[in-house]
Design a protein around this ligand. Structure first.
Ligand SMILES: NC(=O)c1ccc[n+]([C@@H]2O[C@H](COP(=O)([O-])OP(=O)(O)OC[C@H]3O[C@@H](n4cnc5c(N)ncnc54)[C@H](O)[C@@H]3O)[C@@H](O)[C@H]2O)c1
Length: 252
């Protein structure tokens, strides 16, 4: 894997104990960044730190839907120095059912994590980024959306809606910070072999794979490399950009 230049940068990766989270952290570390992993589950965070190894990884139990927790965690990270990159990666799939069979409580939970949680973390982190020197950039925010947010997806109404809303949030925040040397982007991966893929039936899996012209799921490292580049200062004029990584599935 090529490493991008992230020497001396400090990054937060939410959902950092999950499949994409660990892969993204590995790519950021390879570029020389220090990475703080946030997740709900302490044992999984400890396992992720052990897997990644080294002094430049730290971890914190943070529920991104809990505003006071997010504020406290961002303050604690900011006390240690700049926050150069935020990867808003935590997310949940929710029920795999047609909308009329889903529970409103589950719909709200998915929106709460994937959209409101990402908003809370971005809100807190961008406030700090605005106060720091541009060197040459003030910071990068990468939001983990999904191809399902661009296309909609049967049996994933809450998930697809949350990921579409995250794209609108990305573009809005990008426009608000475009003159502040903060770059806000989103990525829209196709399905990958993470814990999330284990939540679906073999039939559903085959259906999803059949939608990908490349004929396979995306590798975690393929997504991680793209995200790492989006966190570098070479990514300086793509704010508001939505980066496709769907093996040809996306039509726009
Ligand atoms: N796996 C895929 O096929 C796929 C495709 C496109 C996009 N995505 C997106 O990628 C992101 C990462 O997913 P993944 O595939 O690595 O799944 P994953 O389940 O392995 O990881 C998600 C992580 O988010 C954490 N999390 C959930 N709710 C949280 C909360 N309230 N606060 C903090 N952490 C929380 C979980 O504990 C878990 O470790 C998600 O946003 C997902 O929607 C996944």
């Amino acid at each position: 894997m090529n490493a991008y230049d992230l020497a001396g940068k400090r990054a937060i990766v939410t959902g950092g104990a999950g499949g994409f989270g660990v892969g993204i952290a590995r790519a950021l570390l390879a570029g020389g960044a220090s990475v703080e992993l946030w997740d709900l589950q302490e044992p999984a965070l400890a396992a992720a730190c052990a897997e990644l190894g080294g002094k430049r990884v730290s971890a914190r139990v943070v529920d991104i839907t809990d505003e006071p927790q997010v504020e406290r965690a961002v303050s604690a990270v900011a006390e240690g120095g700049r926050i150069d990159a935020l990867v808003n990666n935590a997310g949940v799939l929710g029920e795999v059912k047609p909308i009329w069979e889903t529970s409103p409580a589950d719909f709200r939970r998915v929106l709460d994590v994937n959209l409101v949680g990402s908003y809370l973390v971005a809100r807190a982190v961008v406030g700090r980024m605005l106060a720091q020197e541009a060197a040459p950039m003030r910071g990068h925010v990468v939001n983990m959306s999904s191809i399902q947010g661009k296309e909609g997806m049967p049996l994933a109404g809450a998930y697809a809606a949350s990921k579409a809303a995250l794209l609108a949030l990305t573009k809005t925040l990008a426009k608000e910070t475009a003159r502040e040397k903060i770059v806000v982007t989103a990525v829209t991966p196709a399905a990958a072999e993470t814990a999330m893929a284990k939540l679906i039936s073999p039939e559903r899996r085959a259906e999803i794979e059949g939608r990908i012209p490349a004929g396979r799921f995306v590798e975690v490292d393929e997504v991680a490399r793209l995200v790492a580049w989006l966190c570098t200062d070479d990514c300086s004029f793509s704010t508001g950009g939505v980066f496709d990584i769907s093996g040809g599935r996306a039509t726009y």
